[in-house]
Ligand binder design. Structure first.
Ligand SMILES: [Zn+2]
Length: 55
């Protein structure tokens, strides 16, 4: 995936956008996340840039 085009207002899907490096944000490489569960999905939000992904 082209990380220049990451939009932090969008929630990405892990199946469509697997981690480039496991457990790290695709956008900034940070490994600290804020996690929540919504609609039976596990949402992971980067604490640095705010990128969101359902995993
Ligand atoms: Zn990030």
């Amino acid at each position: 995936m082209d990380t220049k085009n990451i939009d932090t207002s969008v929630t990405y899907e892990y199946q469509d956008f697997p981690d480039k490096q496991a457990g790290r944000c695709d956008n900034c490489g940070n490994s600290l996340f804020k996690s929540s569960v919504a609609d039976g999905k596990f949402l992971r939000e980067c604490r640095n840039c705010g990128m969101k992904k359902n995993i």
